[in-house]
Design a protein around this ligand. Structure first.
Ligand code: PLP
Length: 424
């Protein structure tokens, strides 16, 4: 166990005090850095902002992102404040301020954002809230994460809608656009695809798909679980109707946070089916009057955890201070170095796009000589790598996620492990 982690494990005041002092000094160092962000020293300072253990190499941000100290501190501090007085801390002003940060990051208006517990909750709100009837068709990929598969399957079972699938091609964005276009029929109502697939991390041409959906009068929903906090984009510019993401992956926020974007003019189309306190602007049981909240807050209801949403705000601040351009530049540099290295190892088959413009920071590959789950165990045991197996759509390969706490040294370490596995 390293010194810092040892101190962290010391129980009680003194250890915690030293620890707090040390990490504040590291934060100050990061904030004072005025050099080039291509300088490795900058990224070492970024790495120091995370309690993430160095005893293993963490390569599963696509599954769960590690939170920096500033996020943990924000949650703990809000929790201490609220628990002392036993209050919820609910405040529309506070919610609006965190949503404003998220809106700046995602390129939309704060009023178009609802808090959710995860990406799946946002997907459910859209899937169940759209006015679909028996026979209506929804286009999606064969590579869906369970979170964007099960809600549509349940709706198919319940309401008789039909799911139409296409196999995403890692070869070309245009190819995927054509596959979607070919599936559109008179009964198509929705296109629901991921921004980046959970399997190969392929970035789909969402702006072009949005234009196609608009031209064909279809609703376009994006499962953005894998892109908020990794890619730099603008939802208004993309032009989708709705987008759902997790706060606990690339955004590095507290676990159990998510965001749902619903374009302003879609709020009355995507029905708020689960409602309660805060979903309404006004209601009266005696007269039967109910007016929903004019913003996406209509999709929120009941008591929520204020500390975790404050933590999500701190995570967004953290990323914005680094700058989303720099975050993506770093993620792209690491994943490209990894992808280039993989191409030199003979039994490796890379499933992610080789065209960098269509690639995210998740690289998926398999090996001809070893089954992917065995490869995963080998890398975990011998090289202490935390990777993720991608079984969706029969891909059966290993997914490696690269984010701002990773380094080129780790890229080399993973490549070393894969080279060793190639000899098995
Ligand atoms: C594409 C995609 N959609 C949805 C999800 C589900 O995210 P959450 O657990 O936040 O609901 C994931 C998680 O890995 C994902 O990769």
């Amino acid at each position: 166990m390293q010194r810092r982690e040892f101190i962290h494990h010391l129980s009680g005041g003194f250890g915690a005090l030293i620890f707090r002092h040390e990490r504040l000094a590291r934060l100050t160092q990061l904030e004072a850095f005025d050099g080039d962000k291509n300088d490795e020293r900058y990224w070492l300072l970024v790495r120091d902002q995370f309690p993430l253990t160095r005893e293993r190499t963490y390569l599963n941000t696509g599954g769960l992102g590690a939170s920096p100290y500033v996020v943990i501190d924000a949650v703990v501090s809000k929790m201490n404040e609220l628990e002392r007085i036993s209050e919820t801390g609910h405040s529309e002003q506070l919610w609006a301020s965190v949503k404003q940060k998220a809106a700046t990051l995602l390129g939309c208006e704060a009023e178009e954002l609802a808090y959710t517990r995860n990406a799946t909750e946002g997907i459910n709100i859209v899937c169940n809230g759209l006015p679909l009837k028996r026979g209506d068709e929804v286009i999606t990929t064969t590579h869906e994460h369970v979170g964007n598969a099960v809600p549509w399957l349940a709706r198919q079972k319940r309401d008789g809608i039909a799911i139409k699938l296409f196999e995403p091609s890692a070869k070309s964005a245009r190819g995927n656009f054509d596959r979607i276009e070919r599936l559109i029929s008179k009964r198509t109502r929705v296109i629901s695809v991921p921004h980046a697939t959970t399997t190969t991390g392929q970035v789909l041409p969402v702006k072009e798909i949005a234009a196609l959906a608009k031209a064909k009068n279809l609703w376009f929903f994006i499962d953005g679980a894998q892109t908020a906090g990794m890619l730099n984009f603008n939802l208004h510019d993309i032009g989708c109707d709705a987008y759902a993401t997790s706060g606990h992956k690339w955004l590095l926020g507290p676990k159990g946070t998510g965001l749902l974007y619903v374009r302003k003019d879609m709020l009355d189309t995507i029905q708020a089916l689960e409602v309660g306190a805060y979903s309404d602007k006004s209601h009266d049981l005696q007269t039967g009057e109910l007016t929903l909240h004019p913003t996406a807050q209509r999709y929120e209801y009941g008591t929520v955890s204020t500390p975790i949403f404050v933590g999500l705000g701190a995570a967004i601040d953290f990323l914005m201070k680094i700058g989303m351009d720099s975050v993506w530049a770093r993620d792209a540099a690491l994943s490209t170095a990894f992808c280039n290295g993989l191409q030199e190892i003979p039994p490796v088959e890379i499933l992610s796009p080789l065209n960098q413009a269509e690639r995210s920071a998740m690289i998926t590959f398999k090996m001809k000589n070893i089954e992917y789950l065995k490869l995963q165990s080998f890398l975990a045991e011998k090289y202490k790598l935390r990777t993720r197996g991608a079984g969706e759509g029969g891909v059966n390969a290993l997914r490696i996620s690269w984010h701002i706490y990773n380094s080129f040294e780790e890229v080399n370490r993973v490549l070393e492990g894969v080279k060793e596995a190639a000899k098995l």
